[in-house]
Ligand binder design. Structure first.
Ligand SMILES: C[S@@+](CC[C@H](N)C(=O)[O-])C[C@H]1O[C@@H](n2cnc3c(N)ncnc32)[C@H](O)[C@@H]1O
Length: 366
């Protein structure tokens, strides 16, 4: 059994939902910006690369009280030290970063007393960034201090978010269509994890194929379809660029899909035309009507093919004039009436300046 401390991303609810879905047998506890997971499974960088909602993870090495903190940190650093100069970083969570200055200066003094020449990489006595950790990896060590009640948990960082790989997948793929909202790869990973450990996933609104690509990288078999031949060709190019294979085809999602096998559906549906300005709820009515027809049609087609697996779908919500928010509430009610059971925890994702956000719904046929 090992205990890990995950540092959560800025959308805390999404990060937590993802961790709980990916590790259903884990024991969880947490506080603010971190989550503790006890599990009989090894978590390393390649496992961590399949999580979209977390920033770094450390393996627990000690639990101490405040009085023993400096001493224990010193001992941990010495124990992990090899080579001549000890390069290290310390980051604190659940505790003000203001505490870092005296902690780091304490460590420096303690290490000197022990005859260890050292250098800390924290800049301006702030937490270590993921980019800084990359420079340290293999040459030094980062320790996390997470304060949980009266306990000071010390963990050794074992993996961090691979930001370069995300931006390569996001910005360097051959087909990018700015007219349709492109799903950030991290959100695609979170959605795939929310669907549990399904082996074959269908994205019926695949657009340029972000979900299909992320699913392939996570070792799933992927089916992707779209009604639009141009985006469909784009998805094919993107999957080729990745050097992987998926079953991609043209299909109208409101029609029953026959002759294909899959055990989960994960998708970002059509969000409507791009919107840059806040609208009044009245002006959005025709769009809501159009989306209602599309999604009622889609779920009806799933009933027709007797689909019983899990469905994770991102649908739009609209920020309107007068601080109001409009979502597809009445459409969701219709879907529930068809027999799809909705997980009551709806997860929302939107940048602060976005007019159209994504609400992630999780359904299971009863
Ligand atoms: C928001 S985009 C999906 C973007 C995709 N997740 C990505 O990151 O590239 C929605 C897609 O739904 C497709 N679409 C709209 N109506 C459809 C329908 N009836 N059947 C299948 N696809 C449809 C559009 O062509 C569009 O590509």
């Amino acid at each position: 059994m090992s205990t890990y401390i995950f540092i959560l991303g800025k959308d805390r609810n999404l990060s937590l939902a993802e961790l709980h879905a990916r590790y259903p047998n884990g024991k969880f506890d947490g506080d603010g910006d971190f989550e503790i997971l006890e599990i009989d499974q090894k978590i390393d960088q390649s496992e961590f690369n399949h999580l979209g909602g977390v920033i770094k993870v450390g393996e627990l090495v000690a639990i101490v009280n405040r009085n023993n903190l400096s001493n224990e940190l010193t001992q941990q650093l010495i124990a992990h030290h090899s080579g001549s100069k000890l390069n290290y970083g310390i980051s604190v969570y659940g505790w003000s970063e203001k505490n870092l200055r005296s902690l780091l200066l304490d460590m420096k003094r303690n290490l000197k007393k022990e005859g260890v020449s050292s250098r800390f990489i924290n800049q301006q006595f702030k937490n270590v960034s993921t980019a800084q950790y990359k420079g340290l990896k293999g040459k030094g060590i980062e320790l996390l201090v997470a304060v949980h009640g009266d306990d000071f948990l010390i963990a050794k960082v074992i993996a961090v978010q691979d930001i370069d790989s995300y931006s390569e997948r996001d910005f360097e793929k051959p087909f990018r269509d700015m007219r349709v909202g492109m799903l950030p790869p991290k959100l695609a990973q979170i959605m795939i994890n929310l669907a549990g450990d399904s082996k074959t996933i269908w994205d019926p609104f695949c657009g340029g194929g972000v979900l299909v690509m992320e699913g392939l990288l996570m070792g799933r078999n992927m089916l992707g379809s779209d009604i639009n031949p141009e985006t469909f060709e784009g998805a094919k190019k993107n999957v080729d660029w990745l050097g992987k294979d998926a079953d991609l085809f043209l299909h109208d999602a409101t029609q029953p899909l026959k002759g294909k096998k899959f055990d989960a559906i994960v998708c970002e549906g059509y969000l409507g035309p791009p919107q840059t300005r806040l609208q009044s709820p009245d002006r959005l009515k025709p769009l809501l009507q159009e989306l209602d027809e599309l999604y009622v049609g889609f779920f009806n087609a799933l009933v027709e093919i007797n689909f019983k697996g899990s469905i994770v779908i991102a649908l739009p919500f609209f920020r309107c004039i007068g601080n109001q928010e409009l979502d597809l509430k009445s459409t969701i009610e219709k879907i529930e009436k068809m027999g799809f059971v909705l997980n009551p925890k709806i997860l929302k994702y939107a940048r602060h300046d976005q007019v159209v956000g994504r609400a992630i719904y999780r359904f299971q046929y009863r």
